[in-house]
Design a protein around this ligand. Structure first.
Ligand SMILES: [Zn+2]
Ligand SMILES: [Zn+2]
Length: 358
């Protein structure tokens, strides 16, 4: 069930004297406030609605302690700083998942807040602002000037701090790669994704899910270039990494099934779901369908939905797998064993799921 966004006129008496209020999105003078948290302000209902959909719905109550304290004392305690850092992470993940769904406009409020909070914690002109600049550059798809401004700020911040971490370099190259894909410059995009993978590998390892996203993005470029065998091998690698990662997550969840999924997992799930669906569609469309490859990706999707508590999707994914099993030729023995093996793992999880809801 989705919560409704609500706004009311600002009650000046409820605020510290002389504190002028500005719109969360455009920084113009505010006339409305969010009636749920009462610490967020808007110029008009239109911006309140856009912010609600973009990010506010998820962080409305989280803002109350942070902003109430800042309003009263204008002094940040270390606890507030921890809260703001948590907020930055949520904004980053929400903006990221909206971007990967192609909702650039909707990603803007989260990306903007990510930058403002990052400035609050780290100060202006710091390398820690780079992830926020990159999100803003991507969210401003189609606005060439704004996009270039944010990218230049990001590149400048990285140049200024030669000792900045590998993560920043990997994020910078990933964003540059995505932007070059959007601009149709595929060779430059590939060059950036290769750098992205290099830095991600240095920081997280060859088999990490962070690095796998780089393989996926690279595969997307190869698809556009018609290099299908390369796409297959990259997708297999991505599927292998995620299969292992999700299996492990599922094992941990078995021990603590009552734990609700954390917010950060939800945001990541949207992105990973999108990625796996693209891969599944690609494998299914292929003229020489490989059931084993399809099964691994489908199993990943089922595990992901399961972990997110979306049991209906688990059943849908499992039932879709049935007919393909029958379609298979009898001489593909090794593939069949691989496939049945996967189905068995599936079934285990399926029973586990049934036990959970009973
Ligand atoms: Zn506004
Ligand atoms: Zn609110």
């Amino acid at each position: 069930m989705e919560a409704e966004s609500q706004a009311s006129a600002i009650i000046p008496l409820a605020l510290p004297k002389g504190a002028e209020k500005f719109c969360e999105l455009c920084q113009r003078e505010a006339r409305l406030q969010c009636s749920k948290c009462r610490v967020t302000f808007y110029c008009a209902a239109e911006h309140q609605q856009a912010d609600w959909v973009g990010i506010h719905e998820r962080i409305c109550q989280l803002l109350v302690p942070i902003r109430a304290l800042t309003l009263c004392s204008l002094r940040q305690t270390s606890h507030t700083e921890t809260q703001i850092k948590k907020l930055i992470e949520i904004c980053r993940l929400v903006a990221q998942s909206k971007l990967s769904e192609g909702k650039h406009q909707e990603a803007l409020p989260a990306a903007q807040l990510c930058l403002r909070c990052s400035i609050d914690v780290h100060g202006p002109n710091t390398v820690q602002l780079v992830p926020a600049y990159l999100l803003l550059a991507e969210a401003n798809m189609g606005e060439k000037q704004a996009q270039n401004d944010f990218l230049s700020q990001a590149e400048w911040a990285v140049l200024k701090s030669p000792k900045c971490g590998l993560t920043i370099h990997h994020q910078l190259h990933r964003s540059l790669g995505r932007l070059h894909v959007a601009a149709g410059d595929l060779d430059t995009a590939l060059h950036n994704f290769a750098n992205d993978i290099y830095f991600a590998t240095e920081e997280y390892g060859l088999d990490s899910t962070v690095t796998s996203r780089g393989y996926f993005l690279m595969a997307d470029v190869f698809t556009k270039q018609g290099k299908i065998p390369t796409v297959h091998s990259l997708y297999s690698e991505v599927a292998r990494i995620w299969h292992r990662h999700l299996t492990r997550l599922l094992e941990t969840r078995k021990e603590s099934i009552q734990n609700p999924p954390v917010d950060s997992f939800y945001a990541e799930r949207v992105e990973v779901d999108e990625m796996l669906r693209t891969m599944l569609e690609f494998e299914q469309k292929d003229t020489r369908k490989d059931p084993a490859r399809i099964a691994v990706v489908a199993h990943c999707l089922a595990m992901l939905s399961f972990l997110g508590g979306d049991f209906l999707k688990v059943i849908q994914t499992v039932s879709k797998l049935g007919p393909q099993h029958k379609e298979k030729k009898k001489n593909q023995a090794s593939q069949r064993f691989h496939f049945i093996d996967t189905i068995l793992v599936h079934t285990n999880h399926f029973f586990f799921f049934k036990n959970t809801i009973n």
